[in-house]
Design a protein around this ligand. Structure first.
Ligand code: ADP
Ligand code: MG
Length: 262
């Protein structure tokens, strides 16, 4: 192959790293097989696109800050009979609810799998091509507060806007504090009917006036969140507690099985 010394540089300038890595090897193969140049070019493009897709997925997975190992696959639906697996898989695929900026609210006491379920849905949404951010609500509110003090709140809200889905974990841990909770309200209003929010919360709506400044703000927040939203109630016994009990029982059984010293 003559007069192609500058090809790697051209491909780099065009930001085509996979083509840059593969063009030579695939060219040799194409010549051996007597392929038409158009077929060779098509193959190179397909490789570039496939790699671009997996690079984007990896980037979106990293930026999402999802907790590790909390996938839908590892979620035991048998432990929460009230949940409809088909409905959850539908939500995890995104489509209508994400396209329309609708919300998902997951309620239940501690340890029943709210965070796990939200993270599992988030992971599937990323695989379906959406951008997701998982945050503890208190942490996000503090960041927004800091942005407000630095007069960069609009930029901070804009940055959040690029995420199709924002998972606010432990929403109920935010404590009533004038400026902070009004920022949370601002965020909810900003995303209303435009970008989705997933909330995990162990406080029912009736107690949301402990989160928001006053009853009116709490009602307005609930109104925006549940308008076309989906509510899931996980009321099973704590999975954490059940696992710990099963472990203790296993250990006790093991001890009982051991021969006693005489
Ligand atoms: P919550 O957010 O409701 O307090 P978590 O999602 O943190 O509960 O769940 C507590 C622990 O139990 C986590 O390690 C989680 O992975 C596990 N867990 C809870 N429910 C399930 C489930 N149905 N299947 C598998 N693991 C579960
Ligand atoms: Mg949780």
């Amino acid at each position: 192959m003559r007069d192609v010394e500058s090809l790697p540089l051209l491909l780099r300038q065009l930001a085509l790293p996979t083509m840059q890595a593969l063009w030579e090897e695939l060219a040799t193969k194409a010549m051996d097989k007597g392929q038409h140049p158009a077929q060779y070019l098509k193959m190179l493009c397909e490789h570039e696109l496939a790699d671009r897709h997996s690079r984007r997925l990896a980037r979106h997975m990293r930026e999402s800050r999802l907790p590790v190992c909390k996938s839908i696959e590892s979620f035991d639906f048998g432990a929460v009979p009230a949940l409809n697996k088909t409905q959850i898989m539908g939500l995890a695929s995104g489509d209508v609810w994400i396209e329309n900026g609708r919300n998902l609210l997951i309620f239940g006491p501690s340890g029943v799998g709210k965070t796990h379920l939200a993270a599992g849905i988030g992971e599937k949404l990323i695989e379906a091509g959406y951008r997701v951010l998982f945050v503890r609500t208190t942490e996000l509110v503090q960041k927004l507060q800091a942005a407000k003090s630095e007069l960069t709140l609009p930029a901070a809200l804009d940055k959040l806007d690029k995420y199709h889905c924002l998972i606010l974990d432990d929403f109920g841990y935010v404590k009533k504090n004038g400026p902070e909770t009004s920022l949370l309200f601002e965020l909810i209003s900003e995303r209303y009917e435009h970008r989705s929010i997933v909330i995990t919360c162990n406080q029912p709506f009736q107690q949301w006036d402990q989160i928001f400044e006053d009853k009116h703000m709490a009602i307005a927040a609930v109104d925006r969140l549940i308008h076309h939203g989906t509510i899931l109630e996980l009321s099973a016994e704590s999975y954490r507690k059940r696992e710990a009990e099963a472990r203790l029982q296993k250990e006790a059984k093991k001890r009982r099985g051991r021969p006693t010293k005489t």
